[in-house]
Design a binder for this molecule. Structure first.
Ligand code: NAP
Length: 174
C-alpha cells in the first residue's frame, strides 16, 4: 500500500497525483524499472475491492496478464480474461479458491477490503510505502481495525525520491 505520512491511501476524490514524489533523498537507492519489474514478477495474483478495480480501469490497467480477483456484491463485467469477480466469505475464498493455486497473493486494496483481511487475520505481511507528504484528509489505511496486531519489521528501504518502503510480518496468534 502506498500511503501519505499521515496515513491516507487516497484523497477523498480518489486522485493519486500525490503518489509521485518530487523529493530528493541523496542516501536513498534508485527506484529503477528493473527493481519494479523484479518485484512485480514475484506476484502470482492480485486481489482488490471493486472501487480499486474501477479506479484502475479508469487510470489504465497496470496488472498486465496476471490474474486479478475483484471482490464485489454487484454484477460487474470485464472484457479482460484475467479478471474474475468474487463474493462471499473471504476465509473460504482464500482457502478454497486462491491458496491452492497461487503462492504470492497480493492484496492491492483499497482500505475497505484490506481492513477486512487484517481483521480476519488473513494477511501475512504488510508492505507500506510512505510518500513524503501530508494529505490532510482522505481514506485512512488503518482506521477502525478494532484489533491489536503485533508486527515484526522485516525490511526498510529508502529511495532517492524520498519514499520509504517498510515490510512488516504479521505475528499470527497461536
Ligand atoms: N494508495 C494505494 O496504494 C492504493 C491501493 C489500492 C487502492 N487505492 C485507492 O483506494 C480507493 C478505493 O478504496 P476503498 O477502500 O474505497 O474501496 P475498495 O476496498 O477498493 O472497494 C470496496 C468495495 O469492495 C467490495 N467488497 C469489500 N469487501 C467485500 C467482501 N467481503 N465481499 C465482497 N465484496 C467486498 C465492495 O464492492 P461492491 O460495493 O461492488 O459490492 C466494496 O464497496 C481508490 O481511490 C483507489 O485508487 C489506493
Amino acid at each position: 500500500m502506498v500511503s501519505s505520512l499521515d496515513g491516507y491511501i487516497a484523497k477523498k476524490d480518489g486522485t493519486v497525483s500525490w503518489m509521485r514524489s518530487k523529493d530528493t533523498y541523496e542516501k536513498g537507492i534508485e527506484l529503477t524499472k528493473e527493481y519494479i519489474a523484479e518485484f512485480v514478477k514475484s506476484i502470482d495474483c492480485y486481489v482488490m475491492g471493486s472501487r480499486t478495480y474501477e479506479h484502475a480501469v479508469e487510470l489504465g490497467w497496470p496488472y498486465g496478464e496476471v490474474p486479478v480477483f475483484v471482490l464485489t456484491e454487484r454484477n460487474l463485467k470485464s472484457d479482460k480474461k484475467t479478471v474474475q469477480f468474487l463474493s462471499g466469505d473471504l476465509n473460504e475464498i482464500l482457502s478454497d479458491q486462491l491458496k491452492p493455486k497461487f503462492n504470492n497473493i497480493w492484496m492491492v486494496g483499497g482500505t475497505m477490503l484490506t481492513k477486512e483481511f487484517l481483521r480476519l487475520g488473513l494477511a501475512d505481511e504488510i508492505i507500506i510505502t510512505i510518500i513524503p507528504t501530508l494529505l490532510g484528509n482522505g481514506k485512512l489505511f488503518f482506521d477502525y481495525i478494532d484489533k491489536e496486531i503485533p508486527l515484526h519489521l522485516k525490511d526498510v528501504t529508502a529511495f532517492k525520491d524520498g519514499m520509504v518502503e517498510m515490510v512488516y510480518e504479521i505475528n499470527k496468534e497461536e
